[in-house]
Design a protein around this ligand. Sequence first.
Ligand SMILES: CC(C)(COP(=O)(O)OP(=O)(O)OC[C@H]1O[C@@H](n2cnc3c(N)ncnc32)[C@H](O)[C@@H]1OP(=O)(O)O)[C@@H](O)C(=O)NCCC(=O)NCCS
Length: 135
Amino acid sequence: MTSHPIEERNPGEWQLTVRVLAMPADTNPTGDVFGGWLMSQVDIAGSILAVQVAQGRVATVAVHEFQFLKPVLVGDLVSCYTELERTGNTSVRVKVEVYAERERDPRTVEQVANASITYVAVDENARPRKLPALS
Ligand SMILES: CC(C)(COP(=O)(O)OP(=O)(O)OC[C@H]1O[C@@H](n2cnc3c(N)ncnc32)[C@H](O)[C@@H]1OP(=O)(O)O)[C@@H](O)C(=O)NCCC(=O)NCCS
């Protein structure tokens, strides 16, 4: 089993939230994996943690940072790790780090992106809702 650097660095703080294989359908016209596909995986991962914290529906309100550090290739196993960065009255800010386990060499795991995203807890009318008390 391949160990992921982030698990070694921050045990207990980060959680593996999304793991997905980059497929040929995820490429742009030149055959590289499309950056928008990776942004989508990151938004999904961040929203999963935000929904856990908000205990219900959230909406993405801002992407503060998004860096593509290395390319993602077809066949790579892409893992998104999330960490709660901060909470406000209605908002949840999440850090996401993305690692790719390379198909050509499964022993190689490289960080390919990082991001910081804010989600807002919303009610049934899609208006901001106070976060529940954190335990
Ligand atoms: C999310 C939404 C309901 C918030 O409504 P709003 O009237 O802007 O709400 P508020 O001004 O009361 O802000 C709510 C919280 O969001 C935070 N927030 C709003 N804009 C922000 C921004 N650009 N960056 C960081 N935080 C922001 C506020 O600080 C506040 O946090 P707090 O309550 O923890 O202090 C509204 O902006 C919306 O519907 N946006 C579209 C969401 C969406 O469709 N997302 C998917 C895009 S594909």
